[in-house]
Design a protein around this ligand. Sequence first.
Ligand code: FE
Ligand code: CA
Length: 509
Amino acid sequence: MTKLNRRVFILSGLAAAGAVGLPHLAGAATAPSPRAAGDPFQLGVASGDPRPDGLVLWTRLASKPLDIGGGMGSAPLDVQWEMATDEAFADVVASGTETATEADGFSVHAEPAGLPAGAEFFYRFKQGTFISPVGRTRTAPAAGTDPGSMKIALASCQHFEEGWYHAHRFLAADEPDLVLFLGDYMYEKQSGRDTVRGYVDFDEVDKLDEYRLRYAQTKLDPGLKAAHAVAPWLTVYDDHELANNWWGGQSGWPDDRKSASFRAYWENMPLPKSMKPTGPSIPLYRRVGWGTLARFHMMDTRQHRWEQAPNGDCDEIHRTDRTLTGAAQEQWLLDGLAAGGSKWDLLGQQVFFAGRDGDGETGSCDVSEDAWDGYHASRQRIAQGWLDRQVRNPVVLTGDVHRHWANDLRLDYFDHDAPLIGTEFVTTSITSTGQPGSSDPPPDYVQFNPHLNYVGNQRGYVRATITGTELTAEFVQVSSVVEPDPAKVTSSVSRRFVVEDGRPGLQDG
Ligand code: FE
Ligand code: CA
């Protein structure tokens, strides 16, 4: 058995064994707290937002995950957590107790502090006599130190009904240091296509209890649980966590629905308490550093954007005040890029950044109005912004489109000889749109868009290794999302690209 197979075995073995000896969990020695009615850890465990001295440990109690309320009643429940340097929990370095409440959907967001930087840990939770599965996580390297290299994975778009999350099992087996989830964690609407498994029946979720239930159903998938348990995640939402193609920078979407969506998102992601929404807004965009090697600028391209322009409306699309980020986030991003201090600056965000010319006409306004092409001036301010600030290695990391893409970035996408200014990797969906048919882009499209180096039509994820001299990205595809049996599904690398330090754009890897 390989090391990582052994680990997956151990993780699932511990989960099944339940009450193995736990000398370090203090619950038994103190007054008994109310107990859940059945195993409350069916939604798994997760960690996220790693810092040099701490991170977030997450779980959410649900004894009956597919019932409204999760079968948890209304009484608060104490949940113990502990972190150790070893999988057997012989060397416990931090522990504590959190109270899970009905108001927070019985989610737990523990925030151990004072941890050593750049270190691996194992963690678990206890409620009554129930013990959670074990998760693995790590803190970020100390500021100003060079970790030498890191492994990341990119994922997005996992419509539960459209496939099995085999991609997550392969992602977990890679044991990345950090996972970026770039949006569409769940879908508010049912598929409408051929489905391999059904959502609990709502026409369209728009209330807090319904959003909560949809996350719970999504999280029952064992592949997703394994991916959460293997590494800390940095998560941002896209549209379907609320509603298709929603925008927030102008009025139009009701505050009560935004409040419900943001609340459920926070409850179900390994996000810190400081991000807990109190109404129809959530402080989502944030920055995580990985020593002197990399910084991850996690962006919110929904909450602060203007409404999409009508397709073909050149006056609107070319308005110089149009914004996808909002002014405050744009300034936050540019200030962060100006601060420097890392070799690679990675922009984790949702929608297609590179220009896409569908008809070969310079300046055409027949664009994908939800993506950066529909917010032309907003994109130019950011791209020119990183040039002005002499950002060494800007790399945009994207989800949304259910295809793999590898793109060279330019200031002007209609000038095919313009210098390259950066690189974009777009990860395909974990499952969304299901098993692909054959749909290569038309030959014209390749000719109109020579900066689009690669498109892959399969389901999967992207994995990348980042060092001081290069970023190597691999586009991973799975053989099936409709085959339920994991033993019959394989993964393969469809393309590999390298970005060299100080040289924007893609090299064959
Ligand atoms: Fe999607
Ligand atoms: Ca989307």
